[in-house]
Design a protein around this ligand. Structure first.
Ligand code: 5GP
Ligand code: MN
Length: 340
């Protein structure tokens, strides 16, 4: 459907506009890569574009080209509100429901009468955007931004800055090109991004080889806390606030920990429960292999969502009660989880 809308979008982008680009709260590599990739593309046409992130993101993303231009709603809310009020167009990237931008920012977005465009690969998108490019089969929003630029006839205009940003999100959302949503088309896009100047090996190092000693010690603790429920092919990790404090937790430090639980032989469902005393919640990340939908699981039990094999949610119970609740729910899925 987006293809049919391309001429209208092209016409909109024909003259320089005030454009705001928003990723989801707690932005990850795909959220920042896609918003900054689109930002640099729009800059080629002299649009007055700005990325407004709902809040801060991990240090391992702070080298991305254009990082210094990102406005953070949390801490710069007045400036953000003015930018949104004056916007002609608002792109929302890598999320499927306005509340995913965080409550305060989503209110401001809702009130705005700027034309909204969504580019996203999460399941069950809300219908808030005039122009919607939603495809749940896509590896990443970055791959979709690439397709969007391509549909606008500008794939050859991609420069090394845009290529670098888009490479980051495809790499991080595919677990370095190994998750099932990675297609030959994904690899073709990556090939083109490398041709356009994305330094693949350097990008990999900048994202993954930036461990602090504390993060590795925290990973050690997380692995010691790993529990396995073999009969339900499930494994889970807990981290309490006290443990996070002990290793001087920084945003992003627990990124990827849940994958260790999923890597246990025979396991098809993995979870990590991370206590957040400040917000008085337990943040949950869920991962699966095969058909078991953690999107559904999270929607049904933990007020979240995401994709079939990767989703998130939260719990208002304390850490121990959250885990007990999780364990008590599992038997409902016995037939799906014990299938070979
Ligand atoms: P992560 O576990 O890495 O935080 O998130 C995994 C996937 O689920 C990501 O695509 C993310 O956008 C989505 N996700 C994470 N937390 C939530 C949540 O609370 N609600 C919804 N709807 N999606 C989430
Ligand atoms: Mn994504």
């Amino acid at each position: 459907m987006i293809k049919a809308q391309i001429p209208a979008i092209k016409a909109l982008l024909d003259t320089p506009r005030n454009i705001v680009i928003v990723p989801h709260k707690n932005p990850d590599g795909d959220a920042m890569g896609s918003t900054l990739g689109l930002y640099h593309y729009l800059k080629l046409y002299n649009h007055n574009a700005v990325v407004i992130a709902p809040n801060d993101y991990p240090d391992f993303l702070k080298w991305l080209p254009g990082d210094d231009s990102v406005v953070k709603f949390e801490g710069q809310s007045e400036e953000s509100k003015t930018l949104i009020e004056n916007a002609d167009l608002i792109f929302t990237l890598d999320f499927n429901a306005l509340h995913r931008a965080g409550n305060d920012l989503s209110e401001v977005l809702e009130k705005s009468d700027a034309i909204k465009l969504m580019i996203d690969h999460h399941q069950q998108p809300d219908d808030y955007a005039k122009y919607m490019y939603s495809d749940v089969t896509m590896s990443s929003t970055c791959e979709m931004v690439y397709n969007f630029i391509d549909m606008l006839g500008d794939a050859e205009k991609i420069n090394s800055t845009i290529a670098t940003c888009l490479y980051v999100g495809i790499m991080t959302d595919t677990g370095s090109f190994r998750f099932p949503a990675t297609t030959s088309k994904t690899h073709a896009v990556i090939g083109h991004l490398i041709d356009k100047g994305a330094e693949n090996s350097e990008i990999h190092n900048s994202i993954y080889d930036t461990n602090s000693y504390n993060r590795l010690q925290l990973l050690g603790r997380a692995l010691q806390n790993l529990k396995v429920v073999p009969e339900l092919r499930t494994a889970y990790i807990t981290l309490s606030q006290a443990e996070l404090d002990e290793f001087n937790f920084k945003k992003g430090d627990t990124e990827g920990f849940v994958n260790y639980a999923l890597s246990v032989k025979g396991i098809i469902f993995a979870a990590i429960f991370i206590e957040n005393k400040q917000e008085n919640i337990v943040k949950i990340s869920l991962r699966s292999k095969g058909d078991f939908s953690v999107n559904e699981f999270s929607r049904n039990h933990f007020g979240g969502g995401g994709h079939t094999n990767a989703a998130g949610g939260k719990s208002d119970l304390d850490l121990q009660a959250t885990v007990e609740n999780f364990i008590s729910i599992l038997p409902q899925y016995k037939s799906e989880l014990s299938q070979k």
